[in-house]
Design a protein around this ligand. Structure first.
Ligand code: CTP
Ligand code: CA
Length: 222
């Protein structure tokens, strides 16, 4: 017997996913960044592709391979990620799983800053654009918009605040306290917040979290 064809609930749909960290240069050899392996975002892109979607994955620098069947756009800074996200529109659904740097160094030195004994240079920052909130309040907003929330305290309260302000339909909240092992790990314990309330998912592999999220999106797109 031939195996039954996998269902393709997202056939004909375009899904946009962000993943990985952004990096923000200080000078030609130094940068600041966020902790992010890209595992969860890449798993979401892969699950969307398996569900039949055309997928654009906008990713910061990660050490994992590109998912199969996905168009990958590589970026470094938050500003580049914002541009790439808007260039990829329109999309039916977007999942913003990237760990975007909230700030960037105010002045980027064009030459390497040389060390001088007894002196450490000060760093000052300016705010980066909030890509999720920008998309959430834009006329080109995808029908379904999913954000994440990385929290170390008051997970649900902080995530609810993000749901209320960023224009997203869903916020996937995870506790990234060092004890939890989410960063770089293969499992994730999430709470999914929406206007319908809070859904606490069991601890699952990042692949299973991705599959459940893609099922939810497919259901909502109808
Ligand atoms: N995000 C974004 N652009 C930023 C910062 C965050 O698009 N400049 C997105 C992330 O991809 C994620 C969501 O916003 O989907 C929440 O990110 P998070 O860092 O948890 O929240 P912030 O709103 O940045 O607030 P804070 O870091 O203070 O908790
Ligand atoms: Ca942040």
């Amino acid at each position: 017997f031939a195996e039954a064809a996998e269902p393709k609930p997202l056939a004909g749909r375009h899904v946009l996913v962000t993943s990985g960290p952004t990096i923000e240069p200080i000078d030609p050899v130094r940068f600041i960044t966020n902790r992010s392996s890209g595992k969860q975002g890449h798993a979401i892109a892969a699950a969307a592709a398996r569900a039949g979607a055309r997928v654009t994955l906008v990713s910061g620098p990660v050490a994992i391979p590109d998912p199969e069947g996905v168009d990958v756009v590589r970026v470094e800074t938050a500003a580049e990620m914002l541009t790439a996200v808007f260039a990829a529109l329109p999309a039916d659904a977007a999942v913003m799983a990237a760990a975007v740097s909230d700030w960037r160094p105010a002045d980027v030195a064009s030459e390497k800053i040389k060390k001088a004994a007894g002196h450490a240079p000060p760093l000052s920052f300016i705010e980066n654009p909030d890509i999720l909130a920008t998309l959430g309040h834009d006329a080109q907003r995808p029908k379904i918009l999913v954000g994440f929330a990385a929290e170390t305290t008051d997970v649900e309260t902080n995530a609810a605040c993000k749901l209320a302000t960023k224009g997203a339909d869903y916020i996937v909240a995870n506790d990234v306290s060092p004890a939890g092992g989410v960063f770089g790990g293969d499992r994730n314990s999430v709470r999914v917040l929406s206007s319908a309330g809070v859904d606490i998912w069991p601890t699952l592999s990042k692949d299973k979290v991705a599959e459940r999220l893609i099922s939810l999106i497919a259901e909502q797109l109808g």
